[in-house]
Design a protein around this ligand. Sequence first.
Ligand code: 2X7
Ligand code: FE2
Length: 295
Amino acid sequence: MRGCLAPHPPHLAYASNPPQNEPKSSGAGAWTALLEGYESLRKSLEDGDFDVIIVHTPHWKTRRGHHLLGVEHFEGLSVDPIFPNLFRFNFDLQVDVELAEAIHAEGEKQGLVMSMMRNPEFRVDYGTITSCYLAQPDFKLPIVAISSARSYFDYSNEVGEREMLALGEATRIAVEKTGRRALLLASCSLSHRHFTEEPADPEDPEFEYIYNANQAKWDRHILDLIESGRNRQILDEMPDFIEQSVSECKDGSFTWLLGAMEVPELPGKVHGYGTVIGTGNAVVEWRLDEQAVQA
Ligand code: 2X7
Ligand code: FE2
């Protein structure tokens, strides 16, 4: 198993100009650090020999419990509701339904409310598509996509954290039982307050900068913890991080990933960090499979 923080600003898909995306980039270059970070991640993943990508996404928000895509093939047009000027993406992807069902079953054993999404017309969200596209532009591998339940919002950050650790554990057990070589993507930004206005060219580098110093300081602190392998401390501080930096980690993706990796004492490799419309985003990889080989 290998795990990544793989943020999904639709701007990064837009700037890469894939044929599937209808809007075309101006090429002005505002997000180079993150695009280079993803390039470096893709290189690093080349030796992975994966069977499947499992992604937890903040932009498929489910009112009741945790949902998984449960149909073998999806295609259609995914539109970002906030940035339709940047992301109208014609997606075509395969799903590893057997693994999704195994995660569903293990989640129920953990006491979680789980659901399979069986509507073949379902419009897959832009978080799933952007992270999967940036990690694997040809969409060759099948995916498993997991929604974000509302427990942090309905109850508290602490309740949300407990659920996501249990969902991570369920994911790990299902991966092991099915014998998959899995790449896990936590599709989320770090600090997440963003500007409310766009310049005429959204890709104008003059406009792109950190929204506020507090949030950037939190991001730097989390990156220090990542790089020194203090992942347990990240979990200890997660509720404060979420509140004080308006973090997208409130949708649970990062905690799910740490849970699935059994909160390893392993440094993450930071491939890149940068802002998108003021939010903080890091591309990070934990090479757990390499650690297993060394052990
Ligand atoms: O969903 C997002 C995000 N997480 C960060 C930045 C910009 C847009 O969309
Ligand atoms: Fe987002």
